[in-house]
Design a protein around this ligand. Structure first.
Ligand SMILES: Nc1nc2c(c(=O)[nH]1)N[C@H]1C(S)=C(S)[C@@H](COP(=O)(O)O)O[C@H]1N2
Ligand SMILES: [Mo]
Length: 194
């Protein structure tokens, strides 16, 4: 299929048919009464900050357009994500100046490590909606991270926490042979390329 109006995809990627659902393990059941988001680790004030759904709902919202690039070689181009910019949370609950690395945690212990600068990029968004609709459970409701300039495994679905790290660490897939940085334009797929 030719898609002349499509912007270029990273090398080795092709457009998906529709929007695939892909994750390890089961879809977690949402417990709205106990759901929260914690910002922990090496925070500037030394505290752990916990936001419940209504706290999150009061934060400024934004829309960003960005692709999903799965390392298994499908991409979903030009999704309109809506939610809270990662930048907003980093500004409200900043890390110590020395922090360079972050772990984003999700239900069932899924995690992804990111450079702080990648999470701080202007299009990194903790999304609640896509293309005008609330995320479905399968796609990460009530909150998923999207970092459009990295492979999609860096965007946990069902996010529960942001941890500021004092030294680099590896998340779920990064421990299982995937790249710690995961720039799709450089095809940073596997850890042996590091
Ligand atoms: N919690 C969690 N988030 C996850 C994953 C996972 O296994 N668990 N898989 C990642 C991978 S590899 C991809 S490609 C995208 C897929 O998102 P989608 O199912 O909304 O298309 O979710 C990412 N986020
Ligand atoms: Mo993926």
């Amino acid at each position: 299929m030719s898609r002349p109006d499509e912007h270029a995809l990273p090398p080795g990627q092709r457009p998906a048919a529709g929007w695939p659902v892909l994750h390890y393990g089961p879809v977690p059941r949402l417990r709205p009464d106990t759901w929260d988001l914690s910002i922990a680790g090496a925070t500037a004030d030394g505290g752990t900050h916990t936001l419940d759904a209504s706290d999150l709902g009061r934060l400024p919202r934004a829309q960003v357009v960005g692709d999903l690039h799965c390392v298994t070689r499908w991409s979903v181009p030009d999704c309109l994500w809506e939610g809270v910019l990662a930048r907003t949370l980093l500004d409200l609950f900043p890390p110590l100046d020395s922090v360079r690395d972050v772990m984003v945690w999700a239900e069932y212990g899924y995690s992804a490590n990111l450079r702080l600068e990648d999470l701080a990029s202007p299009r990194a968004v903790f999304a609640t909606h896509c293309n005008g609709e609330p995320l479905t459970a399968e796609h990460g409701w009530p909150l998923r991270l999207v970092v459009p300039h990295l492979y999609a495994w860096k965007g946990p679905k069902w996010v529960r926490g942001i941890e500021y790290l004092t030294e680099p660490a590896r998340g779920f897939w990064e421990k299982r042979g995937y790249h710690r940085h995961a720039d799709p334009w450089r095809e940073e797929r596997y850890s042996y390329q590091e």
